[in-house]
Design a protein around this ligand. Structure first.
Ligand SMILES: Cc1cc2nc3c(=O)[nH]c(=O)nc-3n(C[C@H](O)[C@H](O)[C@H](O)COP(=O)(O)OP(=O)(O)OC[C@H]3O[C@@H](n4cnc5c(N)ncnc54)[C@H](O)[C@@H]3O)c2cc1C
Ligand SMILES: NC(=O)c1ccc[n+]([C@@H]2O[C@H](COP(=O)([O-])OP(=O)(O)OC[C@H]3O[C@@H](n4cnc5c(N)ncnc54)[C@H](OP(=O)(O)O)[C@@H]3O)[C@@H](O)[C@H]2O)c1
Length: 251
């Protein structure tokens, strides 16, 4: 049996298809020391035994014994993601034995009163892990998910369960860019910050004194959203000086 340094072999337990190109994979439990919000690697062997692997964020909280879960979009010409989408229960997969990433509770300053979790596409994954880990202390948590179409709004049942559990501490704001949806913000996250439509929907103003933002997903969204947040007075987080914004680019 082959082995790959830095990986454990696992089996696919379940694949849930949200749309034609968006799916979740749950894989059997492997030893993986991670904190909520981090990513590890998933890999598949080619016919000649080469491992092709990429980074994927964990959606589950660290203390679950139910395997590890990932939310994945298929990049049509991609080397790995189309093969991940073809997996079915029982198939083998390689899971990294370490996890990394800064979208973790440790980076959220104690004085944070409002925590903005701003995601596009599969970038919502690490925020669902953080929320399920129930480690977030700020008075208000504002989860914002930007997608192209309403059908891309995955994990509605989990999000509604979390909204109940957080009892008013958490609010959820889907943002759909390519079709009008009743009672839903339309457009892109940075423009909605610039116009204050997002802050109005959340009922929270941003301020460098009490706001902290975590950004995840599309690199152009991250670039543009940082500018919009800076216009609100927020600054990128740096270890030496602190700040209000951390991010993780997916490509
Ligand atoms: C820290 C980190 C965490 C990540 N977590 C996730 C995750 O939870 N879920 C997830 O689906 N992906 C995630 N990604 C992206 C993932 O690692 C792969 O890059 C992606 O699945 C494409 O791999 P591929 O082999 O199919 O495409 P490749 O053959 O590697 O690349 C094709 C090209 O597609 C572009 N690309 C990569 N990802 C995307 C994307 N999502 N949308 C559009 N274009 C893209 C890149 O420009 C890349 O050059 C993460 C990436 C990083 C760096
Ligand atoms: N073959 C297909 O038809 C097809 C369809 C869907 C996805 N895909 C594949 O899946 C990948 C990921 O798709 P995805 O829908 O999850 O992610 P995505 O392309 O990152 O789009 C998610 C959301 O991010 C928004 N966005 C893009 N650039 C932004 C910016 N600069 N600032 C703020 N928001 C921005 C998009 O708005 P806009 O809508 O305004 O761009 C959309 O609302 C695609 O890149 C593609 O590879 C393919």
């Amino acid at each position: 049996m082959s082995s790959h340094t830095g990986y454990h072999r696992a089996q696919v337990v379940e694949r849930v298809d949200w749309t034609d190109e968006l799916f979740s994979l749950r894989v059997s439990h492997t030893p993986l020391d991670f904190v909520a919000g981090q990513f590890t690697k998933l890999g598949l062997e080619t016919a000649d035994g080469e491992l092709i692997s990429r980074a994927y964020s964990l959606v589950n909280a660290p203390d679950t014994q139910n395997g590890h879960e990932f939310l994945i979009t298929t990049v049509p010409q991609g080397k790995l993601s189309p093969s991940l989408q073809a997996l079915v229960a029982g198939d083998s997969i390689w899971v990294g034995d370490s996890a990394h990433g800064d979208l973790t509770r440790a980076f959220v300053p104690e004085q944070t009163q409002d925590l903005w979790l701003l995601a596009t596409g599969t970038g919502i994954g690490p925020f669902l892990s953080l929320l399920q880990g129930r480690q977030l202390a700020p008075r208000r948590i504002i989860l914002v998910h930007g997608v192209r179409f309403a059908r891309d709004l995955a994990y509605q049942a989990l999000i509604h369960k979390l909204l109940n559990e957080y009892q008013g501490q958490l609010s959820y704001h889907p943002v759909v860019s390519r079709e009008p949806v009743e009672n839903t913000l339309q457009g892109r996250i940075p423009a909605l910050i610039d116009s204050a439509a997002l802050q109005d929907a959340a009922g929270v103003r941003m301020s460098p004194q009490h706001s902290f933002a975590m950004l995840c997903g599309n690199p152009d969204m991250i670039k543009d959203t940082i500018k919009s947040l800076q216009n609100q007075g927020l600054e990128r987080y740096r270890q030496a000086t602190g700040g209000n914004i951390i991010h993780e680019r997916y490509w």
